[in-house]
Design a protein around this ligand. Sequence first.
Ligand SMILES: [Zn+2]
Length: 397
Amino acid sequence: MYKTQIIKTKEILKQLISYDVLGGQSNLEIMQYITSILDVHKVDYHFVPNENDTKKSLFCRIGPAVDGGLILSGHTDVVPVEGQEWQSKPFEMIEKDGKLYGRGSCDMKGFLACCLASLDYMKNRVLTKPIYFAFSYDEEIGCLAGPALAKAIKKSFTERPEFAIIGEPTNMQTVIGQKGICVLETTVKGSAGHSSRIMQEVSAIHVAAKLMVWLDNKMVNLKTSGNINNRFIPNHTTLHCGMVHGGIAPNVIADTCTFYWDIRVIPEDNVHEIIDEFISYTKEVETELKQRYSLAEINTSINHPPVPPLGTTEDSAIIPLIQKITGNNALTTVAYAAEAGQFADEGFKTVICGPGDIAQAHRANEFIEISQLEACLNMLENLVDTFSETNNVTTKR
Ligand SMILES: [Zn+2]
């Protein structure tokens, strides 16, 4: 049965890769392919569409409507291939030296393929606890669909799923912690003029510089007297400004300056508190500026909803389960953002664990090792065994 599983997984992965759904684009066609597999296995499914029905997330349950089930979650979108030097066609899967190449092979259609290829095994056993699939869209442009999907699962079923595995590439290692991220944009409006009049006008660049220094001071403050979590490097929340636009010449006072920045929070910190603190500081500065130039303004906007951190603790009930089904006791953390925190926010005990190496994600010649898919299929098989009747009989307490 093992050999046929991997053949089936490869077939499904090849199809999934052929749908070149980038973050932001419609995913209806790839969803249609996924539902065609669910139909064959007679699995009922539900959708969580976007406003104008051009994209949708999918969720379904395999097994009985009882508490204590586990959600397997992944996204259907991928990142662009523009400007990357691919040696093969990115949306046509090719196999070479035990690796499968193609955009999304690793992040994270390989995981989706393993889930779908395991349906036979799931349906052939008598599950005493349910397994759910939760497949989203627009993950790559800011985990946009995760919150609504996690909420819909919580609301739609009478029973309460307990666990969630987000199958992002971790080389099948268990990730229990992830920093959250929020990306912001701040624009300062000042008054233009000859640079000799700097004391009469409001230089948007000078004001922006002051605000950026605030960000840096705030980070130093968090580092020296804020929360510390040694599971992360660095072990505190960070603030960073990565892009500044403003000004036209050295001798012209800039009337506009915009800077783009982010906050990466550890699970112990609240991103909204930091944003509120920054905003109230900008209000103070703005009041001062208005005395000099009445139209001076400072505005800050959040570029997309903040992605919450994941802070699953080592005593969480998902830890013995994931250790059992992966056969690996190690627990780790990652720096990248994923939908895990969004599922955890809805009360599901969540870890990230999936096939492939994040080092291969988002780059040219993305690949997944077939051995990683095998390890993932093994994990899913162990999950089914753990959740199925015969096993429950033998491990009865
Ligand atoms: Zn991903």
